[in-house]
Design a protein around this ligand. Structure first.
Ligand code: NAD
Length: 251
């Protein structure tokens, strides 16, 4: 059978799985947003392979860690501003199809490791952001809340609270921090109810996402990821392909 025929057959199987499922959940990561122009971490063009002189002596995990925020806040905020500003980025086909599926009652919700807010921008409602978001910031001392511009537009190397003068940080889960409990508990509950889990655009290298994926024991597992992931042996269907392309095909 030709490559195109195999692909068509797999898309047909994916559509059948979706129509046979009552509680479909999507678990995704940075690969969902690469087609919007945001690099992921581990791919060839990902952030982990970007060479910037100023940050060359640091490991990427350190630059996005609580330790870096605490010990070298100037470095942390400089890296954060240069690499994680997604305010002007637009959702792509994958975000839009997922939002349409939820509106049509074909998807119960999304669990995302992404911090860019693109699922909500596309119109998704039930989005569990297990690594937080760049769209909200707060003061580490008094808790006063600030919008995303406050950090990205600040003229201070380290942004400070207008109320108490302490550091304002993003509501992003850094390496070395606990996950936002509400989002994580909601995710566990969704995984427990799901009879179809679509995993897309994630290497599953980050522990929290891998743990959620391992908690899933429902009927169908579909993986859409350009690179290989460890769970492939358990999946009913695996697409090593563009997530935008596959999601458009089952729209
Ligand atoms: P990762 O970089 O470890 O893995 C991304 C995976 O997506 C790779 O396996 C790659 O093959 C695949 N991929 C890339 N583009 C794709 C496409 N168009 N279609 C299908 N697959 C594609 O990312 P991760 O697993 O999400 O973990 C990294 C952490 O980085 C997460 O915690 C996430 O919060 C954070 N992160 C977020 C953003 C964002 O918010 N957009 C961007 C970079 C990193």
């Amino acid at each position: 059978m030709k490559k195109e025929q195999i692909e068509e057959q797999k898309i047909g199987q994916f559509a059948e799985i979706l129509s046979d499922s009552e509680y479909v959940v999507f678990l995704g990561g940075a690969g969902v947003s690469t087609e919007s122009g945001i690099p992921d971490f581990r791919s060839r063009n990902g952030l982990y392979h970007k060479k910037e002189k100023r940050f060359s002596k640091y490991k990427p995990e350190y630059l996005l860690s609580y330790e870096c925020l605490k010990c070298e806040p100037e470095i942390f905020f400089d890296y954060y501003r240069k690499n994680l500003d997604a305010r002007s980025i637009e959702p792509n086909a994958a975000h839009k199809v997922l939002a349409g599926m939820e509106q049509a009652g074909r998807l119960k919700g999304i669990i995302t490791q992404n911090i860019d807010g693109l699922h909500q921008k596309a119109g998704s409602i039930n989005v569990q952001e297990i690594h937080g978001t760049i769209w909200h910031n707060h003061c580490i001392s008094c808790g006063k809340e600030f919008g995303s511009d406050y950090i990205f537009e600040s003229s201070e190397a380290v942004p400070h609270c207008t109320e108490c003068g302490r550091i304002v940080r993003p509501d992003v889960t850094l390496y070395g921090e606990f996950l936002p409990q509400e989002a994580y508990q909601n995710s566990i509950s969704m995984i427990g109810k799901a009879d179809c889990l679509i995993i897309g655009g994630t290497s599953l290298e980050v522990g929290s996402a891998a743990q959620l994926a391992h908690m899933y024991h429902g009927k169908y597992l579909v993986i859409i990821n350009k690179g290989k992931t460890k769970l492939e042996g358990k999946a009913n269907l695996v697409f090593h392909d563009s997530i935008g392309k596959i999601m458009r095909a089952i729209e």
